[in-house]
Every structure is written in structure tokens, then in C-alpha cells.
Design a protein around this ligand. Structure first.
Ligand SMILES: Nc1ncnc2c1ncn2[C@@H]1O[C@H](COP(=O)(O)OP(=O)(O)OP(=O)(O)O)[C@@H](O)[C@H]1O
Ligand SMILES: [Mg+2]
Length: 265
């Protein structure tokens, strides 16, 4: 039986005159990876902030692990962790000290042991005693995600977990996310990278002009566009083709849209 970890119904949010979320609905099954996809400014971070109780919605409702984000924010906070769009690690501390700090904040026993275990799990054992200021972008991201796992949250929110990472570091983060889901953690991630959603997510939702305009498995989303036929070779549309067809207006869609179909065959 699948249970629902996150339920979002009719969420609305404006910043003054800017109506960012205009009735967002979606559900995320427990233990699955859900990708929220959208262009810059679509409202992805806003949605994540509402779900992680950092921001109040103007309308609609949302629940995480059965707890209402507005009325039961304390219980929601105890069930989740958030890795923000910008790394939350302290540069002056070492990787290990960062982890110990979080473990202490969460009143856990044996913070040193927890830190060592996570450093090992994220291939940071050698770098552990070094100041974070000396870490590469990928190492910081790994440490950031490691910090968010302290206390074994049931649901984790990753806001653009791989933005700014090189391809190798991205693959490492993808592997971490997959392992988390395999262990039963529910992962909601936001991304602008279509291939990231394509590789990682069990379900993908596209947020556009304040609403979810498509929501499904990659296979379901592919059915929204017919396969393109090029010189006898049947090509399935990529998520990028689907995204651009759904989101792209004539004026903003890249002119190379059709070409990219051919180029990538
Ligand atoms: N505190 C705020 N006050 C006013 N406007 C805001 C605030 N936070 C976000 N916005 C605006 O709301 C819109 C949605 O922002 P949000 O950060 O949720 O988008 P996003 O999808 O996460 O974008 P990105 O891909 O760039 O991270 C943007 O136009 C942004 O400028
Ligand atoms: Mg954002």
C-alpha cells in the first residue's frame, strides 16, 4: 500500500501584486522521488518554503506526513529537513564540526559518532577535519545534504541540489538521492535541469504560471507528445521537448527547438 507523504491542495501565494502560486495541487507518495520542475521565478522555492513551514500560504492547504503545515508546523518540522538553494554550511568550521553542531542542535547522543558515520557515507572522511572554506562545490553540497539527514527525517526537500555542480558531482548527488529513496525517505526536489528530473524522479510535475500544468511519470509525460519521426528512426520526445512544448510560448521558446530534436537523434 502506498501512503501519501505530501499533499498539496489549492495552494496560493502572492508577494504584494505578484501572484506566484495560483492554486497548486499535487501529492507525493512515501518513499518516492518527486521533481518539481519550472523556469526561474516559477515559484519552486516558494512552494518548498511553504511545505517546510518557513512561509505561510495565502490560501489552500498542505500536509506533510499527515501534519498540516500551517496548524501543525512543529510536527512538520520534526518530520522534514530542508537543503536550501544556497548551501547552509559554515565555512569557518570543519566538515565534521558542522555535522556535530547540527547533531547537538537536535539533542542527539554521540554527535561525534553521527558525524563520522555521515562523513564516511558521503566520502568526506579525509576532508572531515578541514575547514569547509577549502571544499569544492560538490563537497559542500554533499556536506549540506549530510547535515540535512541528521535525525533521519522522513521527508527531505532539496531545492536545486545540483545547481552549479560539475557533471561528476551531480552524479554523486543523484546517487545519494537514489539511496535515500531506496531507504524509504521521501524526496521532493526542485530543479531546472530536465535531465535531472528525467534520471531521478519517479514523478515529475511542471510548475508554470502558478499552477501544475503536467504531473506524471516520465512515461506518462512522454505520451503528451507524439514521437518524432526522423528518417525512419522513431524518436521518443525527451522531457526537454515536452517541457518546451508545454511551457514555451512562440516568443520565448528557443528557436532551435525543432533542430534539437534532430540533433539529439
Ligand atoms: N520575498 C519575496 N518578495 C517578493 N517577491 C519574491 C519573494 N520571494 C520570491 N519572490 C518572487 O516570486 C517569484 C517566484 O520566486 P521563487 O524563488 O519561488 O522562484 P523559483 O522557481 O524558485 O526560481 P529559481 O529557479 O530562480 O530559484 C519570483 O518572481 C521572485 O522574484
Ligand atoms: Mg528557487
Amino acid at each position: 500500500m502506498t501512503t501519501t507523504a505530501i499533499r498539496v491542495e489549492g495552494i496560493e501565494k502572492s508577494y504584494k501584486d505578484l501572484h506566484v502560486l495560483r492554486g497548486v495541487d499535487f501529492e507525493v507518495a512515501s518513499g518516492s522521488i518527486f521533481a518539481l520542475l519550472g523556469s526561474n521565478g516559477a515559484g519552486k522555492t516558494t512552494m518548498v518554503k511553504i511545505l517546510s513551514t518557513l512561509l505561510k500560504a495565502d490560501g489552500g492547504s498542505a500536509a506533510v506526513e499527515g501534519f498540516d503545515v500551517a496548524a501543525e508546523s512543529l510536527q512538520v518540522r520534526q518530520s522534514i529537513s530542508l537543503t536550501g538553494q544556497f548551501a547552509a554550511v559554515d565555512e569557518v568550521l570543519s566538515g565534521k564540526e558542522n555535522l556535530i553542531l547540527v547533531a547537538k542542535l537536535r539533542h542527539l547522543k554521540n554527535p561525534g559518532q553521527i558525524a563520522d558515520d555521515l562523513l564516511a557515507q558521503f566520502s568526506l572522511t579525509e576532508a572531515g577535519p578541514r575547514k569547509v572554506a577549502t571544499y569544492s562545490g560538490g563537497m559542500r553540497r554533499r556536506l549540506d545534504i549530510a547535515m540535512s539527514l541528521i535525525g533521519n527525517p522522513k521527508v527531505i526537500f532539496l531545492d536545486e541540489p545540483t545547481t552549479g555542480l560539475d557533471p561528476e558531482a551531480r552524479l554523486e548527488v543523484w546517487q545519494i538521492v537514489k539511496n535515500l529513496a531506496r531507504q524509504g525517505t521521501t524526496v521532493l526536489l526542485t530543479t531546472q535541469y530536465l535531465d535531472e528530473a528525467e534520471h531521478l524522479a519517479d514523478r515529475i510535475a511542471i510548475l508554470h504560471e502558478g499552477r501544475i500544468i503536467a504531473n506524471g511519470t516520465l512515461a506518462e509525460l512522454k505520451q503528451l507528445l507524439p514521437p518524432a519521426k526522423i528518417e525512419y528512426v522513431e524518436k521518443q520526445p525527451s522531457l526537454e521537448d515536452i517541457f518546451l512544448a508545454l511551457v514555451g510560448t512562440g516568443s520565448t521558446a528557443p528557436t532551435g527547438n525543432n533542430e534539437s530534436v534532430k540533433d539529439r537523434s
